[in-house]
Design a protein. Sequence first.
Length: 210
Amino acid sequence: MAEYRLFGMGESGNAYKAALMLNLCGLDWEPVFVDFFNGEGRTDKFRDDVNELGEIPVLDHAGRKLSQSGVILHYLAEQTGKFGAADPDEAREIWRWILFDNHKFTSHLATLRFMFGLQKTGETPVTEFLRGRTMGAFGLVEKHLDGRNFIVGNRATIADISMVGYLYFPEETGIDRAAFPNINAWTARVAALPGWAHPYDLMRRGFPGA
């Protein structure tokens, strides 16, 4: 058994954030498939044994089961000394962007991708609303990245790993990514880091249908 076990599924960008961190840090890890789409996360067994919140990802390490991608990223940065903060000011800045990601960046994009790209709902008032919110968040990040290589400081941190979580998936969202050259350049820089892998290559190892 690997030292680190990550409960998730290939389609989950939040699970990908944790998987990417594990891979970038060169850790001994394995994915554990959760049949989330068919309700495994809502079962008593999952909530009793894995995560009472019924959510993925969950990182199993050294007798701990950690949930919430930001917490997992922070924990792995502490464990490895990689992609973390250089000082308290940088730590606060990293958390500022992780919280922004969870509240406005990942949240709207992930829901839009799920509805429009995976469920194939077509255009609805809800997808239009989510796309507008996503475009607004993209605009903020596009401006922030003007003249910067990474979100915080001059190197990749867990803020970057959190925020790119849904930006490599191929499903259609109806967003013209060409309108955001700074974001595209930034995601390319993250993809050039040693250990980077596409989400479906990273998270579907050993999963059904892989």
